[in-house]
Design a protein around this ligand. Sequence first.
Ligand code: HEC
Length: 141
Amino acid sequence: MKMIFVTFALSAFSITLLSFNQTFDLKASVKRGKTVYETNCMSCHMPEGTGLEGTFPPLAKSKNLADKNRMIKVILQGMKGPLKVNGVTYESQMVGVSLADKEVADVLNYIRNSWGNKYPAVLPKDIQPGLKAVSKGYQKF
Ligand code: HEC
């Protein structure tokens, strides 16, 4: 009897997890992320994600955006060049931005699904491991 209950509880748990993933509203997250972007990122990376060649790297059509965990760390920690994007070298520095987990996920969903980019959703629960890594010491990219 106990076994049946455990099995039932476990399957209910996995169904909840599954449906959470399926019901994550990427469209709504992208919409919220646009606001986060406009407030915290747009002044450097520009309204269309083009950046400014040689000074601010582009987010549009940059393959580096495919690496979700790299992106989480860049936002939380910032980064220091050299960095090469689409054949152009950047020897600059970005300071980490202080955002809530949900805002980091939203802004990533926005930049990873705009200007021709198309990548799977980043969930708020994906952020903490990145935060742990950057709080242990500087992450090189
Ligand atoms: C004050 C200007 C500034 C702001 C504001 C800023 N960035 Fe940056 N960002 C930079 C610079 C400069 C670099 C490149 C640093 C280097 O040369 O290593 C960079 C790098 C990046 C990269 C790495 C690109 C790659 O190819 O790995 C990403 C992603 C990024 N920024 C996203 C963001 C997001 C998202 C925000 C807002 C939450 C933001 N940035 C805010 C200036 C800025």
